[in-house]
Design a protein around this ligand. Sequence first.
Ligand code: GLC
Length: 517
Amino acid sequence: MAEAKSTKTKKAATATKSTKTSVKPAAPRKKSTATTKAVEAINHNQDKKKILFVASESTPFIATGGLAEVIGSLSKSLAATGKFDVRVVIPLYSDIKKEYRDKFNYLGNLYVHLAWRNQYCGIFEYVQDGVTFYFIDNEFYFKRPGCYGYFDDGERFAFFSRSVLEILPFLNFYPDVMHCHDWQAALAAIYLKTNYCFRPEYQFIRALFTIHNIEYQGWYSLDLLGDLFDIYGTYQHLVEYKNSINLMKGAIECCEKFSTVSPKYADEIKNPYYAHGLDPIIKKNEFKLCGILNGIDADGYNPIKDTHLYANYSAEDFSNKAVCKMNLQQQLGLPQKPDTPIISMVTRLVSHKGLDLVTAVIEEFLQDDIQVVILGTGDAHYEGFFTDLARRYPDKLSANIVFNGDLSRKIYSGSDIFLMPSKSEPCGLSQMIACRYGTIPVVRETGGLYDSIKPQQNGYTFTNYNAHDMLYVLRQAVSDYKNKEEWAKLMYRTARSDFSWNRSALDYESLYLDMLK
Ligand code: GLC
């Protein structure tokens, strides 16, 4: 709100957007048929379909994980097709980099009602790569370090979701598809199909809900239904699950379609092993579920021009990858051995990433002629384990308990084998990035890992969540690494796997069009 209230920013905004600085009242509930038809015309007679992404984070502004990368890169590639008017709305966190905040355009503000609350909502705008980003400003909720983990996250994202619906009349933008991502945006879909669906302008908006990780569902006490979430008793059944409120369940019930970030994961979440309790809901709504594999920003992750690398290289000429490896070994204090394979992990240090398998057999594996590089933060238990291991095996293992984008790229380029033995993995982007840098993935066959990595073609896989199955396959990879000629062919095939958004953006395109039929 500091920016929202600064005269300087407001004046700048007034100069460019004079018509938008005043507060427009929310649309009245009843409209004449003529108005309805006019709105229908606006929504449907234009060439470009209007898509509004609702999410809690997006690159390049703020990122804590893969969700942000997907929001940033999918929106960009949909806009690039020329067929969609793509806009994205996220909260204006104080952690959003200043270099961007300074460029945001203040559009105006309004007050958002939520039960008995009435909260300030500033709206900022920024256009990049053909995508319009909106930022919801409220210092009380978002001027805090990080994005999540506060006692009032439910209230913060209820305010955010409600604001998304409230700013539509202000922006005079009624999307054809409102595409909500993960539990933080679930309420936007729920409000749309409950409190707002009687307003003519909102009645044509279809809701798509994408699950990036079913583990985080937004569970709350039922007592909060009206008081906090402002959901009428008549709609209780939509969000109620196991005597609580479950926001993900609510969004699944309310949306026209829901999706996951890989086809395999769409299948897996019907199974209790993967569903974190939601399998009955997934199965009940199976008819509207689909899985679309994520892509990566192939331009942003390109060893030919990545400025973070020690040296650049391509799939056609990997010679500089050896330079990346030598420098990485030096930077991390490992012996500079060109023929010793480096096995790397760039990961959050949490259990579902398969770390139990790693901790079970890594000492056995470290007896071989290998080096291991770990990068990531997470559970204290794993952080301590790897720090201790690095102390005991300084010539073999480097543990970097930090979140460091620059180092991650040096690791992707400088290592030989990339390990991702996840217990569950909705999609996973790291294995695709590793491929792009010619680093061969070893993965467990689950979710997006199963869909993206194929044995013989671009990596090694194992099926069962079993430490020695993993070790067996890792040793197979290390042994194949010694056959330089065959390994070079594998690197070539792997680096040429197409994980750009081109293919998946087409799938989203058909999904949107299908929803608009
Ligand atoms: C979540 C999932 C990850 C996926 C990402 C983007 O972080 O855990 O598998 O790649 O979302 O969809």
